[in-house]
Design a protein around this ligand. Structure first.
Ligand code: MEV
Length: 315
């Protein structure tokens, strides 16, 4: 056992394919390494197990409901590592806003699993990491596709199909993504359940939208590889129409997209579970991206991030 160790991970952005990925359509997600989560494990002399995060600080058994997924993950990890009574303080520090579609829960779980395995000097394969993270993601989101966990632990953009090994995605695109937080908590679990309910009530329309999102993801893969930034913008906006039909947009997200379009965005859509959370918009140049950021800020949406797409030579 080590005295003090840290496990890290980062945010993710789904470029295209949220929700349809649950129904085995492909998705593309990008790691956001600048937005970090750290989990620090320190040994305690007694057998107390303390959890410290922005929600709570104290004995982990008394933690509030928001930390239930994390607590179950810790139970499972301590059982797998044959350390049920170890004493430790686990401190979670996160730059990610919670429930905004940036993969906060999966990123936190990835950091915790890495810290725990390091703390007990146990080897951790990538496959094992994803299996461990699936424990807390199931509790928080019901039936996660695994996309968030795969991207929170990836260093490159990924092409993801549920049940298959995520593939690194080569791309070559000159463009910028502006990511903006609506400030409204999205609820991925509820959004996924709403899509399922819509699909039950209107199978034809829902399946059409889901299939179309899959086709758009295929087109986006080509656009990324061939530096078709304007076309990628059109694809993102088309995806947003499908997501809106599936019932996972939000009037505030729609308003933000109007602002970005009026300020030169090539396309825009929600990202992640939706019903709040974040949106992304695509800009051809850095100057356009900054103008979009400023316009969003002027409209009251001050939390934004700017992510250049890197060409494959510089990744
Ligand atoms: C949430 O970040 C992405 C969803 O597609 C759910 C999932 O993939 O599990 C909405």
């Amino acid at each position: 056992m080590n005295v003090s160790v840290t496990g890290n991970s980062h945010a993710k952005i789904i470029l295209i394919g949220e929700h349809s990925v649950v129904y085995h359509q492909p998705a593309i997600a990008l790691p956001l390494p600048a937005v970090q989560v750290h989990a620090e494990m320190t040994a305690n002399r007694d057998s107390q197990q303390i959890l410290t995060s922005r929600y709570y600080s104290g004995d982990r058994q008394d933690a509030p409901i928001q930390l239930q997924g994390i607590n179950r993950l810790i139970d499972a990890l301590l059982a797998h590592l044959a350390q049920p009574d170890a004493g430790f303080t686990l401190t979670i520090k996160s730059d990610l806003p919670a429930e905004r579609g940036m993969g906060s829960s999966a990123a936190t779980a990835v950091a915790i699993v890495r810290a725990m395995y390091r703390f007990f000097n146990a080897p951790l394969s990538h496959e094992r990491l994803l299996k461990e993270v699936a424990v807390s993601e199931k509790i928080i989101h019901g039936h996660p596709s695994g996309l968030d966990a795969a991207t929170a632990s990836a260093e490159t953009p990924v092409w993801f199909i549920k049940g298959e090994t995520p593939q690194p995605l080569p791309f070559h695109l000159n463009g910028y993504l502006v990511i903006a937080d609506s400030g409204i908590h999205g609820q991925t679990g509820i959004a996924v359940a709403n899509v399922a309910a819509y699909r039950k009530a209107h199978p034809k329309q829902a399946n059409q939208a889901i299939h179309h999102l899959g086709e758009l993801a295929q087109q986006a893969k080509v656009a990324l590889a061939q530096n078709q930034v304007t076309h990628l913008g059109t694809i993102l906006t088309a995806a947003q129409r499908d997501l809106k039909q599936l019932g996972v947009s939000h009037p505030v997200l729609d308003q933000m997209m109007t602002v970005t379009r009026q300020n030169g965005a090539l396309g825009a859509k929600l990202t992640g579970g939706g019903m709040g959370g974040c949106m992304i918009s695509l800009a051809a140049t850095q100057a356009d991206a900054i103008r979009i950021q400023q316009a969003l800020s002027g409209a009251g949406f001050k939390q934004t991030w700017l992510q250049p797409f890197l060409s494959e030579e510089t990744v």
